[in-house]
Design a protein around this ligand. Structure first.
Ligand SMILES: Nc1ncnc2c1ncn2[C@@H]1O[C@H](COP(=O)(O)OP(=O)(O)OP(=O)(O)O)[C@@H](O)[C@H]1O
Length: 631
């Protein structure tokens, strides 16, 4: 619908037509209500003077009907404008969130983002439609009433204004305070939601760490903070209306007393006093509504401020001008490297103060267009970071990343991500059916292509055994499948996308021996079609690799094939040695090249071999892994 130019106000401006129509209808309603006391005055005069009453009665009925009609039309128009505004704000906000720069996104609490997107936008709707209209309509009623009352009797009006004026000054001061506490309350609610989200997304960890009570206390503390600021909001809200009520009631008491004295002395006629008092009565409700509207609007402004902050989140770099076109599938020229890193440097920026963590310090290597390239190295060496740069989740600080010979920064993001498929180690499956998960990157995939990908990823039997096959529902993060099955599901999803480069962050311990062999076959098959770059945790992956890149401390330390690296790279030998150490379950020192070959499962590990073949760390898993079907 509307395009976003940076603020909620800019979205609201695109609905001024409907908003103004609502306000206009409201003002017509105001006119009809303001004319009612005048019509009642006419009726009293006609009754007192013995004149026919049909005319004044018809006037009065006409005004009642017009007032009711205009006010219901106004409520409809304003309500509709409000819904349109919140729809546009949410749509554009979601669009911006999904295209947010990951560095900026990572700094925000996801729960707070959720609160701003769902709850704060609802408050924006109320502020920009109902409260704004209420302010205008009741404001106009008050002004019109005041003018008419001045015309009826100047001095009575001066008395009224002095009472109302005092009440208004107090109310404005209260409204200012209210805005401050409302903003605090919105922030507290966001912090509470953030923590709830943090804990719920890691519930098994919370339970395993016996952290339930600690977390309950911590979140309870945040809920308590929200409660306190919420009570302050209510307190100011509660003071706002009575302060106006006291003002109007005081004015009413004084006006009735003084007016009756004047009527008794013959200085004022009864019809004028009745009309004046009726206007005063009519003023009470709009005045209260006006200040209620102020309260709501003020709270809405706090929400608008928070939504605007969220919408200003930096976005991923725009696609370069002129760079466009559909992502070519399976295709990068076979004779030229699929991916090249040239002296790439990169640092993460952490927290609100953007403290940097230097991760890559001049990484250079290339990946052929076909075959398997394994990346190995100690934990924290920067392997996953490298993948994220190939996906262009982050921009490099120095050097170049090339895809099919082209600088990825010069390619449209869509093309880069169409060419590159990313199988993450975990949390890559989502709530929904298996089919939805599979076709996520390629929603219009045909049934044949879908089953081919399933077959290639070794999932055919797994899916056949599920109660509803492809239509089986998975829980959050793909729960309902084992870790290994989830990863193969993600491989199948990526295969459907037909990438030219598949990034595979290999799971460390999710596969049993049969699945391990199947998985190796899958990787082999896929690597005949495209470039597969695998962060390798299994020795089988490394031995099978056409090229191995050894990383350490944000640099490429060596590249080569297994035999070659076993001979000339000490770190690689050590990593492979720790692997063998685990395999044999002995305290043997690091293995030499001859001990790694031939690579076959030792009989003692017939079930679940190889267990975690942790090339990267000493954290090896010595126990055999149960078959995934039993999990
Ligand atoms: N989002 C982030 N913000 C800040 N620092 C990060 C972020 N992600 C990773 N790092 C840091 O970057 C360094 C490299 O991390 P990376 O995940 O690339 O290592 P890795 O080699 O893949 O490790 P592992 O094998 O343990 O997965 C680490 O020191 C880590 O602390």
């Amino acid at each position: 619908m509307a395009s976003y130019t940076g603020s909620v106000a800019s979205v609201a401006r695109q609905h001024t037509g409907l908003l103004l129509t609502g306000v206009l209808l409201g003002l017509l309603g105001v006119g009809a209500s303001l004319a009612q006391p005048w019509a009642i005055g006419n009726l009293i005069e006609a009754a007192g003077g013995g004149a026919p009453m049909t005319g004044p009665v018809a006037q009065l009925v006409g005004l009642f009907c017009a007032g009711a009609l205009f006010s219901s039309l106004q409520a409809y128009a304003i309500g509709r404008a409000g819904e349109n505004i919140v729809f546009d704000v949410r749509q554009t906000l979601i669009g911006r969130l999904l295209r947010a720069d990951l560095t900026a996104f990572g700094k925000e609490s996801q729960g707070d983002i959720f609160t701003r997107t769902v709850t704060d936008t609802s408050l924006v709707k109320i502020a920009l439609s109902q409260s704004l209209a209420q302010l205008i309509v009741s404001g106009a009623t008050v002004i019109g009433g005041v003018v008419l009352m001045f015309l009826i009797d100047l001095w009575l009006m001066v008395i009224t204004m002095s009472c109302l004026g005092t009440a208004s000054i107090i109310s404005v001061a209260l409204a200012r305070k209210l805005r401050k506490v409302a903003l605090q309350n919105r922030d507290d609610t966001g912090a509470f939601a953030g923590d709830v989200q943090r804990v719920l997304s890691a519930l098994p960890t919370v339970k395993a760490s016996r952290a339930e009570s600690r977390e309950a206390a911590r979140i309870g503390g945040l809920a308590e903070r929200t409660r306190r600021s919420g009570i302050r909001v209510n307190a100011y809200n509660a003071l706002l209306m009575p302060s106006m009520n006291v003002g109007t009631q005081g004015a009413l008491a004084v006006v009735v007393g003084v007016g009756m004295a004047w009527v008794a002395r013959g200085e004022m006629d009864m019809a004028s006093l009745t009309t004046f008092i009726m206007y005063l009565f009519q003023l009470v409700s709009p005045l209260v509504m006006f200040f209620m509207g102020v309260g709501q609007f003020v709270q809405g402004r706090a929400a608008i401020q928070r939504v605007d902050e969220l919408a200003r989140m930096p976005q991923e770099a725009d696609d370069p001008a002129g760079a466009a076109g559909p992502a070519p599938f399976w295709q990068l020229a076979p004779h030229q490297p699929a991916v090249e890193f040239h002296d790439v440097r990169f640092a993460y920026r952490r927290g609100k103060r953007a403290e940097t963590t230097q991760v890559l310090n001049g990484v250079s290597f290339s990946v052929p267009a076909r075959g398997l390239t394994a990346v190995v190295g100690p934990s924290g060496a920067g392997k996953t970071t490298m993948f994220q740069l190939i996906e262009r989740f982050y921009a490099v600080d120095g050097g170049r990343v090339r895809l099919g010979g082209q600088n990825i920064e010069a390619l449209p993001l869509d093309t880069v991500r169409g060419l590159v498929g990313y199988v993450q180690q975990d949390s890559a499956a989502m709530r929904g059916t298996i089919r939805e998960n599979l076709t996520y990157a390629h929603p219009h995939a045909g049934e044949d292509a879908l089953w081919e990908a399933v077959e290639m990823a070794g999932l055919t039997t797994v899916i056949a055994q599920l109660p509803h096959g492809l239509d089986t529902e998975l829980g959050d993060q793909g729960s309902g499948l084992s870790g290994g099955q989830r990863q193969r599901l993600c491989i199948a999803r990526t295969l459907l996308q037909q990438p030219a480069v598949m990034l595979l962050d290999e799971a460390t311990s999710n596969l049993d021996s049969d699945s391990e062999r199947d998985f190796r076959d899958v990787v082999r098959r896929v690597s005949r079609r495209c470039a597969v770059i695998a962060i390798a945790h299994r020795i089988s992956t490394v031995i099978d690799a056409d090229k191995i890149v050894v990383m350490e401390g944000g640099r490429v330390r060596a590249t080569g094939v297994h035999h070659d690296l076993m001979e000339r790279d000490e770190l690689y030998r050590r990593l492979a040695g720790s692997q063998l150490h685990a395999e044999n379950g002995s305290a043997a020192p690091a293995a030499g090249p001859e001990r790694l070959e031939p690579w076959a499962p030792p009989p003692s590990f017939a079930v679940g071999w190889p267990p975690y073949v942790g090339l990267t760390e000493q954290t090896l898993q010595l126990r055999p892994i149960k078959s995934e079907e039993h999990r």
